[in-house]
Design a protein around this ligand. Sequence first.
Ligand code: B12
Length: 606
Amino acid sequence: MLAGLDLAIVNSEKLERYASIPEEERRLSEDLLWWRGEDPIAAFTAHFRARSPKAAVIERSDLTLDERLGRYILEGTKEGLYADLDEALRTSRPLAIVNGPLMAGMDEVGRLFGNNEMIVAEVLQSAEAMKAAVSYLEPHMEKGDASMKGRLVLATVKGDVHDIGKNLVDIILSNNGFEIINLGIKVPPEDLVKAYKEHQPDLIGLSGLLVKSAHMMVVTAQDLRNAGIACPILVGGAALSNRFTRLKIAPEYEGLVAYASDAMSGLDLANQLVDPERRATLRERLGTEGAALRLDAERKAAASVGVAPVAKAAVRRDHAVPTPPDLKLHVVDNYGLDAIFPYINPVMLYTRHLGFKGRFVDALAAGDARARELRDQVLAVEDVMLARSDITARAVYKFFRSGAEDETLHLLSPDGGQVLESFHFGRQTVNEGLCLADYTLPRAGAAADYVALFATTVGPGVRALADEWKDRGDYLRSHILQILALEGAEAFAELLHQKLREMWGIPDPAGTTPTDLFKNRYRGVRMSFGYPACPRLEDQAQIFRLLEIERNIGVQLTEGFMMEPEGSVTALVFHHPDAKYFSLSPDDAEKLQQALDEGARIGAAV
Ligand code: B12
């Protein structure tokens, strides 16, 4: 590619795992591709002329024992592992085997992942091999034989049920020489202080999915500081950023706070933090980054002053309003998971969560071996889920009469006379001046309008089974189970939304496929509280009241407005033909919150 290659056609079935190609052969090939050295063709042909095609693949017997041990980890295989461990035990102490060749294998896995040469699913298989090797060696270890680089207390913060990201961190770090004390989910600061005192860890790891959890990390850092704790903290989670960490969390804590975008970079940071020299370099780097971000924030704040708001959007009101079939509450119990799985977005499942590189669906259709292997692993877990009575899909939905009043959306009694609940939305002061309330007709007008609300969930037995598999080192299966539940809840939302359009009399055109749905090719939108157009998670409380979600489908709302089971989704559905996704700027979101706080203060005073 450096030399300008635009396209290459390969038979992917014949592809070797890149990491399995001997280094010498990689070098020869790269020399040829980039025309390095005197005569790369001659060197290349001379090498391969002497080798039969089969010999090009590394034969284990060509390798030394240490190299073989490292390879089991790199390839994520246990075939032959135990016999080689027995051989190693004849000359080496178990701890030396772990810290030597096995850890060298894991280091190589980390390096290849960092270079984009290994994917999440492969890393999990490597961790499985590592766990199997360590478990095999454990009975041979003496008391006090600890192979630990350091100890980390890991927790998902108060109010947050996020398990999957934290579990990945647990798996990666615990199989790379760290002892992990996993405190679980919804962990209040006082429990972390207690755990710190009890375990005296080298590091604390905090995880959280939502913006609210990022704020909870600020509070947690303050409480840890007030308890006199200063050990380095690693933080991570989908809604967290390096910027927030540097500007909001780090200033509240004496010790170092470092942000990790994924579990492998968390491992890299943990390795730096337990090494005094590298920690000092990291401290310096984070300090410089923090200063630059503060400067940038000040500049942005100065630049945003005095920008005139754009005009309110002129959303049309002349469209026909579809009438829903009824205004009753519907509970869907035990919906067939087999009907839901096809609605899972493969990009999310295979690319985002399992790390597949390229277009998964095309690769599968072309017979790509890696894609097929992943698909089969997913299908096997789907079968387990289908067979279990404690893993089911449930939903509750209801159409409501609705009416807008400026930026407020009122949900009304069936005759329109009474306000049941109100949602206060923000309006864009930049871009198009949009507000979600615009997507429903004004309450003051003569015509009735409607919205739908729903919640979907997949569980509740997912966590217990995922933990069981994780504890016995079945990491990839455990991860696949969790992502199927999470993406299953989202897929169920997609499917239910489609059914609601049908019931509403605005069905999708014939031939609409799940892929069309993932691209939002239908009428209306499905908004979830916490999304950029309606960022206030507090509004989950109204949905929970209106649909009696906990009573009807057993989903609980935490004090951080997260839902348990983790694989749960709520949504507010608009039918407006021009409705679309948009974002409130952070300023506009803050303005909304301030207005609501002000209103609440006035309300309380009255
Ligand atoms: C997939 C997804 C879902 C899935 C699964 C959620 C999940 N548990 O991960 C489902 C469909 C269930 C879902 C639901 C919701 N979601 Co959602 N979701 C996402 C999405 C697209 C990806 C998240 C993801 O990749 N998860 C997989 C895990 C493995 O990744 P991860 O959490 O990031 O963890 C990795 C790293 O962050 C890091 N890490 C995490 N913790 C730690 C800790 C340490 C110590 C270290 C070192 C590293 C580390 O390592 C992990 C592994 O590599 C994000 C958008 C985004 N771009 O991130 C929105 C997002 C997180 N969701 C969002 C929202 C609003 C929701 C809902 C509230 C919507 C709703 N009203 O229904 C619900 C809440 C669910 C609940 N239980 O309460 C918002 C959150 C914004 C906010 N306001 O807080 C986001 C940011 C989308 C958006 N742009 O608006 N969601």
